[in-house]
Ligand binder design. Structure first.
Ligand code: BGC
Length: 820
C-alpha cells in the first residue's frame, strides 16, 4: 500500500504505543509464545476487529490491521478459517434481521426522531459452530461496539456475555493447551460466567489502526502489555445502583461522590478486576524509599524492581485515605501516579509520586469553599487500588479553608452515602508528617483574559456581524450540514467559525473531531465551488439499510449535488480510544499521541481538535465511555493535559476539552438533566477539567448537551464565567456541542427544552456550533430585549465575539509564521 513518510512514521509510533494501553488481566505464564505457530482463532473480533467505537469519534483511515491480519503478518498460520467464514454468514444473517427490525420501528418517523434508534448497537447473535481447528493454541477475540447516540444494554451479547460466547470460551479453555481470551472492547463486559475458569485474559481494548500488528507483537513477546485499568470491572449487580441512569428527563446522581472505586472500596464490594489493576509479562516488587512533605507538597519515592523473567513497565499509584468528619469520605482517593521506564529482569528504578495536599480538599456546599479537615491523611502506595501498603501519614491539626469558591452549579437533593463505610486498615504509621495549615491555601490564577485588540475589533462591528461570529459557520457553512460534518474549508471537518472577517485577515477557526485521532473525510475533491468530501463521514453512513424508503428520500435532500474536479487524500491516523490511552497511565506517551494529532492538524489545516473527551465513567453503560478516560478525575485530567501539550506545541493547533460537564449518558442527550450535588460536581465531575485547564492551557472547551441541575450546561454562567474562567483561569473560547435546529426543537415532548443560542451566548458559551439561521435570529432578537427569557446585551456579545477573534488571530498567525 502506498503511504507517505508521515503516515509510515505515525504507524510505527502507534504500533509501539498500543501495547502500553493493553491490560493483561489474567496470566498462567503460557504467553508470550516463543515463535509464530498454528493458531486456532475464534470470536467475533478476530476478523471484525474494532479499532475504535462508532460516531463522531470514529477516524476514517486508509487501512487498519485486524487481529486476523496482524497474526498472519507475523507469520502465524490460522487454522480456523472455516469457523471465521461460517461466523461471517451468521453475522450477516443476524444483521439483516436486525436492520429489518429497526426499519419497521422507524416507519413514519421524521429523520431527527430516528437518530438515536439508528445508533442502536446490535447485540451478538447466537450460533453453534464447531471449535475443532488444529493446533495447541487458541485465541478467542471478544468484541463489543458502542458509540454516540445510544447507551449499552444489560443483555446477553452486549454488557453480558451471550450463551454462545460463554459456551465457546469455556470449551476452548478446556480443549486447547494454551488459550487466551482477548477483549476487543471499549468498556466493561460482565465476565463473571467465565472469569474464574479462563487462565489468560488480555484487555486488547480498541487500540487504533495498528491493533492487529500490535497484538501479534504482544503475543510473541516482541512487546508487552503494561496498562492498568482506569475503571473498575465488576459484575452488573455489584455496581452502585443508588442513582439513576437512562432516564429521559432527570438523571439523579444520588450516589454523590461514590463513583467507581470510591464506591466499591467504601461499600465493601469486590469487583472482578479493581481500579488500577493490571499484570504484565514481568513481575515487580516495590518498596517505599522515602516520604517527604515540603509546604503542601507530598513526595513519595518508590523503588520498583523487576523480579520476573521478562521486560516490563510498572505503574505505581499513591492513594490517600482522607479523614472523615464533617464530610463523609471514600475509603481512599487516587492522589498521584507514575510509570517506570522499561525495566529488564533484575533492573530497578526509583520513581517519584507527587501531589499537593490541597488537591484532596472537599467542597463544602454550605460555605462554598474547599476544605481540608483536621486529622490523619493516610498515604498508601501500591500497584493497584487493592494492593497497597501504608507508607506514611500527613497530620493536619486544624480544619483548614483551602480556597474560597462560588455557589455554582445549582442545587440537588442530598445524596446517599454508605451506611457502614469501610475504613481501610491503618497500621501504626512509620512516618508522621505535620502539615502546616497556612501551606494549604490555594491561590487564584491571575486573570488578564481580554485581548484589547480583539475587543476593539469587536466593538467596531455591527450587531449582525457580532451575531454571526457567535454562531459558528453561519455565513453559509453550517447551513444544511449534518452533525459532525458541517465544515467547508477542510472536507469532513465538523465545523468552523464564521468567515465574515476574512477580508480583514481574520480567518475562521477550523474544527475537526476526535478523540481517537483526527476525523476528516479520507478523500475529497476540489472544484470551482471549493472542497467537498467524498465517501461518507456523516453520521448516517452505513445505516441506509436500516431506513425505510421515505426516510431515505428525506436524507437524500442533504446530498450535495454531483461534483467533479481533482481528487485528493487526507489520511489520518487512528489512535487508541480514550480509555485505552488512559490505561497506559503514561503522560509522555499521551503527549506523543497529541503530537501525532497536531502534526496531522497542521498538515490538513485544522485549528481546533474536538477532543480530548473527558467525561467521567459514571456508569458502565454510557455508550460513549470508550471515548472518555476513567472513573477517576485525576487520571482523566492528567491524560487530557498531556494530550493538550502534545497537540498545542504545533503552531496554529488547539484542543477542545469536551463535554463540559456531566454528559454521562447518551439517551436523550440533548435534554437530559443531570441532577447532582455541588460537592459531587466539583470533586468528581469538574475536577478533571480543572486539572486539564490548569496544566494544559487548552485553547477551547465544548459544553455538553445536557442540563445540570435544571439548566443547560451551555447556559450556566456560573460554570462558564465564574468556575471555568475566574476560578481556574481559562482564557480560550467556549463552544456548544453540535445542535441542529431540528434535533433541538423537534421530536417528542420532553420535560426540558433544548438549549438556545441567546441563552448560551449570554452565559459565556461564546459560539453556537455548527451555527444556523435560527441561532443567528435568536441572538438578534434577544439583543436588548429585556423581556425575553434569555436577554442579551451588546457588551456580552462583543465579549464573546472578541474571544473568537482573539483565538483565530492567535492560531492562524502562529500557523502562518511557521510556514514562512
Ligand atoms: C458530539 C461531539 C462532536 C460534535 C461534532 C456531537 O454530536 O457530541 O462530541 O464533537 O458532534 O461532530
Amino acid at each position: 500500500m502506498d503511504m507517505e513518510k508521515y503516515e509510515l512514521e505515525h504507524i510505527e509510533k502507534l504500533r509501539a504505543i498500543a501495547p502500553e494501553c493493553m491490560v493483561l488481566l489474567k496470566s498462567d505464564g503460557s504467553f508470550p509464545l516463543s515463535e509464530p505457530c498454528k493458531i486456532a482463532l475464534y470470536g467475533n473480533g478476530a476478523r471484525h476487529t474494532i479499532k475504535g467505537g462508532t460516531g463522531s469519534g470514529d477516524v476514517n483511515v486508509k487501512h487498519f490491521v485486524t487481529v486476523e491480519e496482524g497474526l498472519e503478518n507475523a507469520g502465524f498460520s490460522i487454522t480456523s478459517k472455516a469457523w471465521l467464514g461460517s461466523y461471517d454468514v451468521k453475522l450477516s444473517e443476524a444483521r439483516e434481521k436486525f436492520n429489518a427490525g429497526i426499519k419497521s420501528r422507524l416507519k413514519g418517523m421524521k429523520p431527527h426522531e430516528a437518530i438515536f434508534i439508528l445508533e442502536t448497537v446490535m447485540p451478538e447473535p447466537d450460533y453453534d459452530l464447531p471449535l475443532d481447528a488444529e493446533g495447541d493454541t487458541a485465541i478467542y477475540v471478544l468484541t463489543r461496539n458502542s458509540g454516540e447516540g445510544a447507551d449499552r444494554n444489560v443483555v446477553p451479547g452486549d454488557f453480558e456475555l451471550s450463551e454462545t460466547e460463554i459456551r465457546d470460551i469455556l470449551r476452548l479453555q478446556d480443549s486447547y493447551e494454551k488459550f487466551m481470551l482477548v477483549l476487543n472492547v471499549g468498556g466493561v463486559t460482565d465476565l463473571s460466567p467465565v472469569v474464574d475458569k479462563v487462565q489468560n485474559i488480555l484487555l486488547l481494548s480498541q487500540t487504533g489502526m495498528t491493533i492487529g500488528d500490535s497484538f501479534a507483537d504482544v503475543l510473541l513477546g516482541k512487546s508487552y502489555p503494561s496498562g492498568k485499568l482506569t475503571s473498575t470491572w465488576a459484575a452488573w449487580d455489584d455496581y452502585c445502583h443508588e442513582g439513576s441512569f437512562g432516564d429521559a428527563d432527570d438523571v439523579k446522581y444520588s450516589e454523590g461522590i461514590y463513583v467507581g472505586y470510591r464506591y466499591f472500596d467504601t461499600a465493601g464490594k469486590n469487583p472482578i478486576f479493581p481500579f488500577g489493576y493490571g499484570l504484565g509479562y514481568a513481575d515487580f516488587a516495590f518498596a517505599v524509599e522515602s516520604v517527604t512533605l515540603e509546604g503542601a507538597k507530598v513526595t513519595v519515592d518508590a523503588r520498583v524492581s523487576n523480579i520476573g523473567r521478562h521486560p516490563g513497565k510498572e505503574v505505581m499509584q499513591l492513594y490517600v485515605s482522607v479523614p472523615a468528619g464533617r464530610f463523609d469520605q471514600p475509603s481512599q482517593t487516587l492522589a498521584a501516579f507514575a510509570k517506570t521506564d522499561e525495566l529488564l529482569p533484575g533492573e530497578e528504578q526509583v520513581i517519584s509520586l507527587r501531589f499537593a495536599m490541597y488537591e484532596l480538599a472537599s467542597f463544602d456546599e454550605k460555605i462554598s469553599c474547599a476544605l481540608l479537615e483536621r486529622g490523619d491523611y493516610v498515604l498508601r502506595l501500591g500497584n493497584s487500588s487493592r494492593n497497597t501498603v501504608v507508607c506514611g501519614v500527613v497530620r493536619l491539626g486544624d480544619t483548614t479553608l483551602v480556597e474560597r469558591l462560588s455557589d455554582s452549579g445549582g442545587l440537588a437533593d442530598p445524596t446517599w452515602s454508605p451506611d457502614n463505610p469501610v475504613r481501610l486498615p491503618n497500621p501504626e504509621p512509620l512516618r508522621v508528617l505535620e502539615l502546616n495549615a497556612v501551606d494549604v491555601m490555594r491561590l487564584r490564577p491571575e486573570m488578564h483574559e481580554h485581548d484589547s485588540n480583539a475587543l476593539k475589533i469587536a466593538a467596531s462591528l455591527t450587531d449582525e456581524e457580532l451575531a454571526k461570529l457567535c454562531v459558528g459557520g453561519y455565513d453559509g457553512a453550517g447551513e444544511g450540514g449534518m452533525i459532525g460534518n458541517s465544515g467547508i474549508a477542510v472536507a469532513g471537518a465538523a465545523g468552523e467559525t464564521s468567515g465574515i472577517l476574512r477580508d480583514r485577515g481574520i480567518e475562521p477557526l477550523i474544527m475537526a473531531d476526535g478523540p481517537a485521532g483526527l476525523r476528516l473525510s479520507r478523500e475529497y475533491g476540489v472544484d470551482e465551488n471549493g472542497v467537498y468530501a467524498i465517501g461518507g463521514s456523516g453520521p448516517f453512513d452505513g445505516k441506509q439499510d436500516m431506513m425505510p424508503d421515505e426516510m431515505l428520500a428525506e436524507f437524500k435532500k442533504f446530498d450535495a449535488p454531483e461534483r467533479h474536479g481533482e481528487i485528493h487524500e487526507q489520511n489520518c491516523s487512528a489512535l487508541p480510544i480514550g480509555t485505552a490511552l488512559a490505561q497506559s497511565w503514561n503522560t509522555e506517551l499521551c503527549e506523543l499521541c497529541g503530537d501525532i494529532v497536531g502534526d496531522e492538524m497542521e498538515r490538513f489545516g485544522v485549528n481546533l481538535w474536538l477532543a480530548p473527551a473527558m467525561n467521567i465513567h459514571r456508569f458502565p453503560l454510557c455508550g460513549r465511555n470508550f471515548e472518555y478516560f476513567s472513573e477517576d478525575p485525576l487520571i482523566s485530567g492528567k491524560i487530557a493535559a498531556a494530550l493538550t501539550r502534545g497537540v498545542q506545541k504545533h503552531p496554529g493547533c488547539g484542543v477542545t476539552l469536551k463535554h463540559f460537564a456531566c454528559n454521562n449518558q447518551e439517551f436523550n442527550r440533548l435534554r437530559s438533566n443531570s441532577v447532582l450535588s455541588q460537592r459531587a460536581l466539583r470533586d468528581i465531575y469538574l475536577r478533571g477539567f480543572r486539572i486539564a485547564v490548569e496544566e494544559g492551557r487548552p485553547a477551547a472547551v465544548m459544553t455538553s448537551y445536557n442540563l445540570i441541575n435544571g439548566e443547560h450546561s451551555s447556559q450556566r454562567e456560573d460554570l462558564l464565567e465564574t468556575v471555568l474562567r475566574s476560578e481556574w483561569g481559562f482564557k480560550g473560547v467556549v463552544m456548544s456541542d453540535w445542535v441542529m435546529p431540528d434535533f433541538a426543537e423537534g421530536g417528542e415532548e420532553h420535560k426540558y427544552p433544548g438549549a438556545c443560542a441567546n441563552g448560551s451566548v449570554g452565559a459565556g458559551n461564546d459560539v453556537m456550533m455548527p451555527g444556523c439561521e435560527q441561532d443567528y435570529q435568536n441572538i438578534l432578537k434577544a439583543l436588548g430585549d429585556k423581556t425575553c427569557e434569555y436577554p442579551l446585551t451588546r457588551k456580552r456579545l462583543e465579549k464573546s465575539a472578541a474571544r473568537v477573534i482573539a483565538l483565530s488571530m492567535k492560531l492562524n498567525k502562529a500557523r502562518k509564521e511557521s510556514k514562512n
